[in-house]
Design a protein around this ligand. Sequence first.
Ligand code: SD4
Length: 337
Amino acid sequence: MKRKYFMQKATAVGLGLLIVFSVIACKTEHTTEEKKEAIKTNEPSVKPLVIATWNTPLAVETAAKVLEKGGSALDAVEAGCRIEEANEEGQSVGKGGLPDRDGNVTLDACIMDDKGNYGAVLCVKNIKHVISVARKVMEVTPHVMLVGEGAEQFAVSQGFERENLLTEASKKAWEEWKKKSEYKPIINIENHDTIGMLAIDNDGNISGACTTSGLAYKMAGRVGDSPIIGGGLFVDNEVGGAAATGLGEEVLKTVGSFLIVELMRQGKSPQEACEEAIARIVNKPNSDFKNFQVGYIAVNKKGETGAYSIHEWFSYNLYKNGENKNIKSDFILNRKK
Ligand code: SD4
C-alpha cells in the first residue's frame, strides 16, 4: 500500500517536473526568438556611421574611408584616432599634447570592439600612437590595462618607436603656465580636445576608441576618464556606444559612458541618455559644474546619435549618409538660463 502510494506520488512529481521543464524550454525558445527579432529591428538603418568628439573632420573622414571600403568599425576608430595623435597642433591628444606640471607629456587611450573586448594604456610617455598600443594590449596580452613604464616597454616590444612628444609650442605654453603655476581645468580648449570616436561598420557592428593627453598641467601620474572602461568610453554591440570629453574626474564619478549605454538599453534615445548623464553631474549636491566642462556623444544600434554638454561650445563631427559635418551640441546651461 505504502509502495503504491509512493509510486503514485513519484509519477505525479515526475509529470509535474516534465511540465515545468517543457514550459521553461518553450519560454527559452520564445525568448531567443524575441531576442533575434529585437536585434533585427535594432539593425542600423544608417551605416556606415562615425561620430567623434569636437571639431575633428579629418579623423572622422579617415575612419569613414575605412568603413566605406568595407573595413571594420575597430579598424576605423583606430585609424581615425591616429590622425589626432599625429596632429602636433592639437594640444590635448598625442604628440604636441600639453604636459603635466613637471613638463612630461603622458598619454591615455582605450579601445573597445564589438565583442566587448577592451584594451587600455595609461600615463604613457614617449609613444605617440597610444590608441594602437591599447589595441595591442587588447589583442595580444591576457590583460586589459598597462600603465606607465610597463606600457612603454610593451609598446617598444611591439615595434612602436620612442619619440619626444613635447613640441616647442607645448613647451612654451608650459613655461608660461609655470610663471603662476595656477591649476584650473580649462573649460573648452580651442573647440578641439580629447577625441572619443564611435563607429558602425557595414555589418552593423559598433566599436569605439578614446585618446588624450589628459588635463593640461595635471599632477604627475594623474589619469582621467579617457582610458577607463565605462568612463571615457563604453560599447555594447547589442545596444550602442558612448564617449566622453571634459573633466575626467567628474565623468568617472558618474561612470558616464557606461551610464549612457545602460540608459539606452532601458529604452532611452542616445540624446535622452546623454542629457541624463550630464544632469547626474550637474544635479549633485554642491556640484561646481559652472567651472568645468563635460561633453558626451552616443550612438545606438539603429544609428541614432546624441550629444550633450554642460557648457556651450562642445561640438562633434558626424559622418552619416556620406556626409561629414561638424555639429554644435546642445548644453544644459542653455536650459538653466
Ligand atoms: C581627462 N577627459 O583626462 C580627459 C580630458 C579631456 O577635454 O577630455 N579634455 O580628464
